[in-house]
Design a protein around this ligand. Structure first.
Ligand SMILES: C[S@@+](CC[C@H](N)C(=O)[O-])C[C@H]1O[C@@H](n2cnc3c(N)ncnc32)[C@H](O)[C@@H]1O
Length: 556
């Protein structure tokens, strides 16, 4: 056996590098090394490229970092180097001998050494975190077994072999359930601890654990997890898939039969899934009003998934065609949307969408502005605070229903003063100076308490209370619902989010259908809808739904 002094490079905290001589290296014959399948699979294998680079380096300069083995030369760490050495027929390899109390502690060591040393992806770290969790759980059990007087935990299907367990549960008996389960708080602490050790967020490790726990139920997750370990998916991506599988499982059948008649419509229900699929089951001309706020054009996937600006029109048009098919001929479609700033410029996809919708047969009747009342000030070097969003009004025909008097507002205190002192000009129709055709005859307002609002709706944002990052205020859909429908009519929101449109419809005695594809929002929406139904049955429409929205005419 050849011996050689080992040189370890070590930084001293500054830019220069110091060399430190540590214990001499031991060399053994490569053929003496023994492998252990379980140890080998603890850490992820490198990619083919990384492996080739390592092999080339070993061919040129030999193995620089010793393999770690136990006293029986069972390989603990260095499986990739060992594989390369074997393939290169390297006769001897450097080793460092480490001994641990038992197998569990050996595995803990392997996990820890690899976390500290290797460049791992988040999914790979999370995978090691899972391993740590299960090892530590096993160790905790082991320690308890050894504690004098303690009754060891017994796993399902395991016989009570020890004296203590036998006394408690009957010697040789198999307890029906896990005895002494690890408490939730212990599990929580173990999760925090393991996440910290492997360098991922606790939430990431929790998601990875849930995925792992569900693989037996949803085998597809096993493949997705392998994809994540290979860098082709993420922990979040696999977890989102789990949420979808669970929600599909929870809400009866993911595919619904085509509905032939209005009476079979899934009225007052939230449909889970992608609206492009789910809208297809609804019959033609069945909905009175569509109010919706689709996901924005995003370069990246955000909380609930965005659509790249370049693909936006192509993505939205098939959905818009379905919306047009299901909308009644005299119904309306309100589209709440605002283009994002991309690379310092406002995107043009909303304009392109409007033109494309017109080409597909939609009539663009009006553009309402939702001006936000409660935004937080800020500073942007090339623009100011963005304080408004569009609400486009589209229809299928010129002959659409609109109940304007339903949204009339108190005339406001300013009017009293103005109308007390009418001039001569006020008594005749004053044509607009811009020849726009809009004139005014102020004397016609004398004795009137209410006026029509403008197309600017001034409403506070509310999203922080609704479990959705882009929820609109209830009063926004409520205002359009009052303007375009009557009690008992049917409102559709194909991008329901946290359920705001459904809540507004319920609160105004209308029916709704909502579609949402993101499980967490689907659940929030379901809960809000249930609460709104109970609340509406008790108290009717909330009074604030009738507050004026036009600042100029009232309180807003
Ligand atoms: C802007 S948010 C809607 C927010 C909603 N107005 C509210 O008040 O909560 C858009 C929603 O559409 C959902 N979504 C995105 N694509 C979808 C699709 N193809 N089918 C159904 N829902 C979708 C997203 O998960 C998100 O919750």
């Amino acid at each position: 056996m050849q011996e050689q002094a080992r040189i370890v490079k070590k930084t001293n905290g500054t830019a220069d590098v110091k060399e430190e001589r540590v214990s001499p290296l031991k060399y053994i014959k490569t053929s003496e090394i023994r492998q252990d399948e379980e140890y080998e699979t603890i850490v992820p294998r490198p990619s083919q490229d990384d492996y080739s680079t390592l092999k080339e380096s070993i061919q040129n300069v030999g193995i620089r970092v010793p393999l770690i083995v136990d006293q029986e030369f069972v390989l603990l760490d260095g499986y990739t180097r060992y594989k390369a050495a074997t393939e290169l027929a390297t006769p001897e390899v450097p080793i460092e001998v480490r001994q641990f109390k038992n197998r569990l502690e050996t595995m803990l060591f392997i996990v820890e050494i690899n976390v500290a040393r290797r460049h791992l992806t988040v999914a790979q770290k999370a995978n090691l975190g899972l391993k740590l969790l299960s090892l530590e759980k096993e160790l905790a059990k082991e320690r308890q077994i050894r504690k004098p007087g303690s009754v060891p935990p017994i796993l399902v299907g395991q016989k009570c072999e020890t004296r203590e367990a036998g006394e408690k549960y009957g010697r040789g008996k198999v307890p029906p359930t896990l005895v002494e389960p690890i408490e939730d708080s212990n599990e929580g602490m173990a999760l925090t601890h393991a996440a910290k050790k492997v360098g991922v967020g606790r939430e990431t490790l929790r998601k990875a654990k849930r995925v792992q726990d569900k693989v037996a139920e949803y085998p597809e997750l096993g493949d997705r997890w392998q994809q994540a370990l290979a860098g082709k998916d993420s922990v979040d991506g696999v977890y989102r898939r789990l949420e979808i599988l669970e929600t599909e499982h929870e809400v009866s059948s993911p595919t619904q039969p085509v509905i032939e008649s209005y009476s079979e419509l899934p009225v007052d229900q939230i449909i889970f899934g992608d609206c492009i699929e789910k809208l297809k089951v609804l019959p033609n001309d069945s909905v009175d009003l569509i109010v919706t706020s689709p996901p924005y054009g995003e370069n990246r996937e955000s909380t609930y998934g965005g659509v790249p600006p370049k693909e936006y029109v192509g993505w939205f048009l098939p959905i818009a065609d379905e919306l047009r098919r299901v909308l009644k001929p005299d119904g309306s479609f309100i589209l709440n949307i605002k283009e994002r700033v991309i690379d310092g410029e406002r995107g043009t996809y909303v304009y392109e969408l409007v033109l494309a919708l017109r080409q597909r047969g939609w009539r663009w009747v009006e553009e309402y502005i939702w001006a936000k009342k409660n935004t937080t000030p800020g500073h942007w070097s090339t623009r100011f605070q963005d304080r408004w969003e569009r609400c486009y009004h589209f229809t299928k025909s010129e002959d659409f229903r609109m109940y304007q008097s339903e949204v009339k507002e108190p005339i406001g205190s300013w009017a009293k003063k103005r109308l007390e002192n009418l001039s001569e000009a006020d008594l005749t129709r004053l044509e607009s100076g811009t020849k726009s055709g809009f004139g005014r005859n102020i004397s016609r307002w004398v004795g009137k308490d209410t006026v029509y609002p403008s197309n600017v709706l001034i409403l506070a944002t509310e999203s922080s209370h609704k479990g959705h990052s882009a929820a609109f205020p209830e009063r926004l859909p409520a205002w359009f619902i009052r303007l375009f429908t009557k009690e008992g009519d049917l409102i559709l929101d194909p991008f329901l989010g946290s359920g705001t449109t459904a809540v507004a419809a319920i609160n105004l005695g209308r029916h709704f259908i909502g579609v949402e594809k993101h499980p967490p929002y689907f659940r929030v929406a379901q809960q809000r809808v249930e609460e709104a139904q109970i609340e509406f049955a008790k108290n009717g429409t909330p009074a604030d739904y009738f507050l004026p929205v036009s600042k100029t005419n009232g309180e807003g």
